[in-house]
Design a protein around this ligand. Structure first.
Ligand SMILES: N[C@@H](CCC(=O)N[C@@H](CS)C(=O)NCC(=O)O)C(=O)O
Length: 145
């Protein structure tokens, strides 16, 4: 079995997606914390693993794989014997359709609007976290200051 390392911030929904699959499959893996709140995910070291500077990234025996949906599809095959995907082709397509909808339309609204504006912003102790975030979040926080 390959050696698996997940790089990312534990609170990230995308990092949790990958870890949920690994935990559900009972797979051995290491989590290496790469913070999206202090610039670490934009460091040269991390950009060498994932040029988009997003978390998560999965390291498989020295090869770096990024984009959550690609990672979970790979992991489902290698550590879970595809038990998290339907075997019927049309149902597989429907699964990917739902994943793409969440990624393209739900996530930006849910995280950018609800979580960042209404949850983090209203929790005063997290204002410094907001200011340390990349451009999209800064637009939200500046417009609310
Ligand atoms: N398309 C990427 C998106 C991952 C993503 O947006 N991760 C967020 C954390 S939930 C992140 O890295 N944010 C930091 C940033 O945008 O600089 C994937 O599917 O893995």
């Amino acid at each position: 079995m390959a050696t698996l390392t997940v790089y990312g911030t534990p609170i990230s929904t995308y990092v949790r997606t990958v870890r949920l699959l690994l935990e559900g499959a009972g797979a051995d893996y290491t989590l290496k914390n790469v913070s999206i709140f202090n610039g670490e995910s934009q460091s040269a070291d991390y950009l060498a693993k994932n040029p988009f500077g997003k978390v998560p990234t999965l390291e498989v025996d020295g090869t770096f794989l990024y984009e959550t949906n690609a990672i979970v599809e790979y992991l489902d095959a290698v550590v879970a014997n595809r038990r998290f995907s339907p075997s019927e082709l049309l149902l597989q397509a429907r699964m990917r359709q739902i994943m793409a909808i969440i990624d393209s339309y739900l996530y930006p609204l849910a995280i950018g609007t609800i979580v960042i504006q209404r949850l983090l912003w209203h929790c005063k102790s997290n204002v410094s976290i907001l200011r340390a975030q990349p451009p999209t979040s800064q637009v939200f926080s500046q417009s609310l200051c």
